[in-house]
Design a protein around this ligand. Structure first.
Ligand SMILES: NC(=O)c1ccc[n+]([C@@H]2O[C@H](COP(=O)([O-])OP(=O)(O)OC[C@H]3O[C@@H](n4cnc5c(N)ncnc54)[C@H](OP(=O)(O)O)[C@@H]3O)[C@@H](O)[C@H]2O)c1
Length: 295
């Protein structure tokens, strides 16, 4: 729990606004006011959060110590600029990529500006308020605000992650590789297995245990230690078979396979199961395949 009593408000009653406001309310942090573009969304959120009142965005800025702007990234600057901010209060956005300059109107009015980005994919507005337990929350802002945001992150059971000024876009772009792009890769397998007549539901049932096992291995052994694959074993013949079949049956997937394989080689070398000679042979195969695919 925060040491001193902090009152919170939310502008934007979508997935993140609902998840955070309900999580804080459940942890007995006072959420006084919620607003959104539509009154209906604000009311729906207020119903979930004991003690919160649905109101206009200006009332949120007027009443609370920390106002979270949980609106789409492209609306943050416009919403922050449309309000008057109280000196000493704080205006905090939840975008992973936007820097704090989008909140410059709040700073000009004497408020503090901060960032509070939960590293979590919110599926829908109604998801469990406890979903953030164990997740990282990336913070930014002046020290006196970040200290409060750190305590609020811990109240949700999450782990605060402090980002250097100007680092949010890189942090967020990089996080895609472990989040949304994993889904894109799952879809790649589903599509390729579809060519073998495997239905999506059956593919998912087979792939999810693989995904969970992979995450477990990485948790236990680290990124290099958790690696398993033909490349990790130094099995050049298998890589050649993969390249051949993709070139024939799914040439659109060849480049992706090639790039990811090249990125896997340093990991396999670090693990120690791929020997430098085999790494050279596999690299040559992968580089040759680009020439072929261009031809
Ligand atoms: N979704 C995620 O997994 C995730 C994860 C981490 C961080 N974030 C960040 O969290 C923020 C919110 O994302 P989200 O996924 O919660 O978006 P969302 O589900 O689309 O919800 C956005 C909400 O903002 C409201 N809104 C839109 N324009 C507004 C305006 N001009 N004034 C007031 N309210 C407005 C919408 O209102 P109405 O319903 O009233 O129309 C909607 O309820 C973004 O910065 C996003 O990058 C998202």
């Amino acid at each position: 729990m925060p040491r001193e009593k902090i009152t919170l408000g939310f502008i934007g009653a979508g997935r993140v606004g609902t998840g955070l406001a309900s999580g804080f309310a459940r942890a007995e942090v006072e959420v006084l006011a919620v607003a959104s573009r539509s009154v209906a969304s604000a009311r729906a959120l207020a119903k979930r959060v004991p003690g919160a009142r649905a109101c206009a965005p200006q009332e949120v800025a007027d009443r609370v110590d920390i106002a979270f702007l949980t609106v789409p990234d492209d609306a943050i600057a416009a919403v922050a600029s449309s309000l008057r901010w109280r000196a000493g209060s704080a205006c905090v956005h939840c975008s992973g990529a936007a820097d704090l300059d989008v909140l410059k109107k709040a700073v000009a009015d004497g408020a503090l500006a901060g960032g509070f980005h939960p590293l979590h994919m919110f599926g829908e507005a109604g998801e469990s308020a406890g979903a953030l337990a164990g997740c990282a929350i990336a913070l930014a802002g002046p020290d006196m605000l970040v200290e409060k945001l750190e305590r609020l992150a811990r109240v949700l059971g999450a782990k605060p992650l402090r980002l250097p000024e100007g680092g949010r876009a890189l942090y967020h772009a990089a996080a895609n590789f472990s989040g949304a792009f994993v889904i894109a890769l799952i879809q790649e397998t589903i599509s390729l297995w579809g060519k073998l007549g495997i239905a999506e539901a059956d593919a998912l049932a087979a792939l999810l245990p693989l995904l969970r096992g992979t995450a477990d291995n990485v948790e236990r052994l680290g990124a290099a230690g958790g690696l398993g694959s033909a490349i990790a074993r130094g099995d050049a013949g298998t890589v050649r078979r993969h390249l051949d079949v993709l070139a024939r049956v799914a040439p659109d997937s060849l480049e992706l396979y090639r790039i990811l394989s090249l990125r896997t080689i340093p990991l396999a070398l670090a693990k120690g199961t791929l020997k430098p000679e085999a790494a050279k042979e596999i690299t040559a195969l992968l580089e040759k395949s680009i020439v072929k695919s261009v031809d």
